[in-house]
Write a protein of this length. Structure first.
Length: 42
């Protein structure tokens, strides 16, 4: 998924599904990875 790659979100593709480790997503959010500043780039 382009959004996951663009924001460097920690995710793993398993077949057609995307899997996320809760601890990695929590750390990604805390480090500012989920900040909405990338929206202006679209």
């Amino acid at each position: 998924m382009q959004w996951i790659a663009k924001r460097n979100m920690p995710a793993y593709k398993v077949g057609r599904l995307w899997k996320f480790k809760l601890s990695e997503v929590d750390e990604w959010i805390r480090s500012g990875g989920a900040a909405d500043n990338a929206r202006n780039e679209e």
